[in-house]
Design a protein around this ligand. Structure first.
Ligand SMILES: [Zn+2]
Length: 297
């Protein structure tokens, strides 16, 4: 069974009716425990690791709950010490999952994928960019030389793209809805924008046509996967139309590439905002189970 990390011990009370689905994280963890997975508490992240990716003034403002009103609105969460603790554990869990992946071939973070966080600002529910923080922390330790971020959330990984634009050690690949937020896209090393309403067949064909060649050329020592399930038909913030089976096939392809190339894989949850939270949870769980089966972990 894979090692999975969850920041669920750090609870964040949100205002009633807030559109962020905080519940899904606990439910995904419980479902995986139900099939025998070992879910560990995500550790706090080291300040030095955050400082490799984020601006010092921004880190200070977040830590002190001193973001201005505009920055807080862009983030989408009310500031609180609980949110800071949760966000730190969410990054720490991705760092821990990356270490687990280097040991075991697979490390699972049951949160994270906060790809809209930039060097000096957060947006779209993303305080820190866990993907880039984890990549840079392990690169700095000399644990690896090259990383590939595969971002299949329905929203472009704009923060990740901007953060890594001048970092040749980290290759960025994003498949996303062309007309979705963020409306001004950043430039990933490879972007695959898809039209509204794209379903399983066209989605998987686009993935097959671009991912294997790009990933091979990147020659990564580690893959960080943002497996957002907001690609599902019926997601409130997505515009694509994948079925549950399509999401599982997508995740199987990512894991199969890693298995065949012998590259360790870190999975992060990313988005998922279906009107029916059960549909979001089921897609996350089914995808993770097939990833673990594919990798034999
Ligand atoms: Zn998303």
């Amino acid at each position: 069974m894979p090692r999975a990390f969850s920041p669920r011990a750090q609870r964040v009370p949100l205002p009633a009716g807030h559109r962020f689905p905080m519940d899904k994280y606990d439910r995904v963890a419980q479902r995986l425990e139900g099939v025998g997975w070992n879910v560990l508490d995500a550790p706090d992240v080291a300040d030095e690791a955050l400082a490799l990716t984020h601006d010092r003034d921004y880190l200070g403002a977040v830590a002190g709950c001193a973001l201005d009103a505009r920055a807080e609105r862009r983030l989408g969460f009310p500031q609180s010490p609980a949110l800071v603790r949760r966000s730190r554990a969410s990054v720490g869990g991705t760092v821990a999952a990356a270490r687990a992946a280097l040991d075991d071939g697979l490390g699972v973070q049951l949160a994270g994928g906060t790809h809209h966080a930039f060097r000096d600002r957060g947006e779209g529910f993303c305080v820190y960019n866990d993907l880039v923080v984890a990549a840079r922390a392990l690169l700095a330790e000399g644990a690896m030389r090259r990383v590939l971020v595969i971002d299949l959330d329905v929203h472009q990984g704009n923060g990740t793209a901007a953060l890594c634009a001048d970092d040749p050690r980290i290759a960025t690949y994003s498949v996303h809805g062309d007309r979705n937020y963020p409306f001004v896209k950043e430039r990933s090393d490879l972007d695959v924008p898809l039209p509204d309403g794209t379903g399983d067949g066209d989605y998987l064909a686009a993935l097959d046509a671009s991912l294997p060649a790009f990933a091979r050329a990147a020659r990564p020592d580690l893959v960080l996967y943002q497996g957002g399930v907001d690609v599902l038909a019926g997601d409130r913030f997505g515009r694509l139309a994948l079925s549950l089976e399509g999401v599982v096939e997508r995740d199987r392809r990512v894991a199969t590439w890693c298995r065949d190339a012998g590259v360790p894989l870190v999975t992060t949850l990313g988005g998922g905002y279906h009107a029916d939270v059960d549909a979001t949870v089921a897609a996350h769980v089914a995808g993770l189970v097939v990833v673990a089966e594919t990798l034999g972990v």
